[in-house]
Ligand binder design. Structure first.
Ligand SMILES: Cc1cc2nc3c(=O)[nH]c(=O)nc-3n(C[C@H](O)[C@H](O)[C@H](O)COP(=O)(O)OP(=O)(O)OC[C@H]3O[C@@H](n4cnc5c(N)ncnc54)[C@H](O)[C@@H]3O)c2cc1C
Length: 325
């Protein structure tokens, strides 16, 4: 059997690795000429944070996400399993309590414990939540590593090639939001992000700062680079970041640590997350086409589970499909 995976975002690359690892003959086609023109995966924070996502996500997301860190560690040697720190300003302490009530897998820390974990936050927060199981990665390095792994597995990746109705055989459609032409209920959720560079402080794990209106997270991407994200706007617009979003993200970063006020703004990016109405990803089937989509804000976290599901369907192990009418 041979399979064409369409789309070299995180979903397509992870699906291709899973299928190729099971001995299926696979090729990947991607309409863009390189990974950095990607619609969504390029702009991600790279959090592998199933416990924290439980704050707003269904329990099934937490369950599917927990094994993902192991998957990534098997395929990418730069996964940072250093946990997630969740803090708030003293006036937003109720947010921290609410977050704790809605999630599992945390311990409460006092100010001393916060500074032991992140010395540069010393004296800034006298209480925090810590999710020790969680991890993060630099998504751009991770995509490059997946690409390299596919080359090692002899999987051709053809850039500048678009899927058409004449794409033959078994197809795994991982086109993200572009698959809206076939998946009526798919919608876009716009996410704006910043990349900042600064050398004055060194944060080593994801830090989430809660706020009643604009919660933010900061993910260290290495070498003084920090991803600050992200807005969640019901829109499929790829227009540049708005002034309001920039002010909110930057204001929150500076509130976390004033050193961010001196940081260099390296990039202001916009990705549009593909989401189904319930924000839960799925594999749907129509004839020979399998749609892997709806990864919403969990592409890195849930691509391994979705890849396993579609590979099971294609190779005949398990039959948990949603069949399209
Ligand atoms: C700001 C932001 C922060 C995020 N942070 C996180 C995070 O910390 N952790 C996490 O797990 N997730 C995060 N996400 C979510 C994650 O990025 C998405 O869920 C994921 O990128 C979706 O991946 P995908 O492969 O389905 O789609 P995409 O990344 O959009 O990939 C689809 C690919 O298909 C290609 N394509 C489209 N049409 C065709 C065609 N006709 N022929 C060939 N190729 C085609 C596109 O060019 C594209 O490369 C974040 C998202 C955003 C926007």
């Amino acid at each position: 059997m041979s399979v064409t995976v369409v789309g070299a975002g995180v979903a397509g690359l992870v699906c291709a690795i899973e299928l190729a690892s099971r001995g299926v003959k696979v090729e990947v086609i991607e309409q863009n000429s390189s990974l950095d023109q990607n619609a969504c995966s390029w702009f991600a924070g790279g959090m592998l944070a199933p416990r924290c996502e439980g704050e707003i996500a269904e329990p099934s997301i937490v369950e599917m996400g927990l094994p993902a860190i192991d998957w990534w560690e098997r395929h990418f040697d730069k996964v940072e399993r250093r946990g997630t720190l969740v803090v708030s300003q003293p006036r937003d302490a109720a947010e921290l309590k609410r977050f704790a009530r809605r999630t599992d897998g945390h311990v409460w820390l006092d100010g001393t414990q916060v500074s032991e974990l992140e010395p540069d936050l010393s004296g800034r927060f006298n209480t925090a939540l810590f999710y020790a199981e969680e991890a993060h990665l630099n998504p751009r390095e991770a995509l490059a590593a997946l690409h390299k792994r596919l080359v090692e597995l002899d999987v051709p990746i053809r850039y500048g090639v678009s899927m058409s109705d004449s794409t033959l055989g078994t197809v795994v459609d991982c086109r993200g939001l572009a698959a809206k032409d076939k998946l009526d209920d798919l919608r876009g959720v716009r996410g704006e992000m910043l990349l900042l560079r600064l050398s004055e402080i060194n944060l080593t794990r994801t830090v989430r700062m809660l706020h009643p209106r604009f919660p933010v997270y900061i993910v260290p991407h290495g070498e003084g680079l920090y991803m600050v994200g992200a807005t969640m706007i019901e829109s499929d617009s790829y227009a540049s970041m708005s002034v309001r979003s920039a002010m909110e993200l930057l204001g929150a970063a500076v509130a976390l640590h004033p050193a961010f006020g001196e940081a260099e703004i390296v990039e202001m990016g916009v990705g549009v997350r593909p989401a189904f109405p319930d924000n839960i990803p799925d594999v749907r089937r129509a004839g020979d086409v399998f749609y892997v989509n709806g990864l919403y804000r969990h592409g890195y976290l849930l691509a391994p589970a979705m890849a396993m599901k579609v590979a099971n369907m294609i190779t005949g192990v398990g039959h948990n499909s949603g069949v399209l009418g």
